[in-house]
Ligand binder design. Sequence first.
Ligand code: HEC
Length: 142
Amino acid sequence: MKTIVAPFLFLILITTTADASAISYREHIKPIFDSQCISCHGESAPEYKAFKLDKSKWKAQNLGPRMDSYTYLVYFTGWPDTGALMRRLDSEKPGNMYQHLGSTEQEREKNLSLFKAWVGGWTLKRFKDITKEEISAIKVVY
Ligand code: HEC
């Protein structure tokens, strides 16, 4: 029995986790963002360009660039700040955002996989290195 059930369950698991179109901003990403990221990337945070003009001032207040809407957040996926979200989440290096994904390793891994499924074509490349095909693979479903 086990030998029949196990591969079947595995198949359900990959089909449910790999279906990026089922992972949406409204249903999956916003709730994670609102509990894990908004304290530093919410309405009191500056627009990305304003952040860049005076990084040290904002960082001293523990604020990063504002990302608290669908439109703000996708700015950090495809264009113009290509791959920024992916680079910051896909690395456990100190100063990166992976650590904020959850309070346990299990929660961080789970939330990272949701972000990955939401983005679709997960790439760490910057705009100068990315191909048109790779940009098109970024799905970010609303
Ligand atoms: C404790 C505050 C804090 C929390 C919580 C936090 N961040 Fe950040 N984040 C920052 C700061 C400060 C920066 C700017 C760091 C720098 O430029 O060195 C930053 C930078 C970023 C960047 C890079 C923006 C760029 O310059 O291109 C991304 C993307 C990002 N954060 C995403 C997230 C996500 C997603 C979460 C939630 C999982 C999160 N952050 C949680 C403070 C925070």
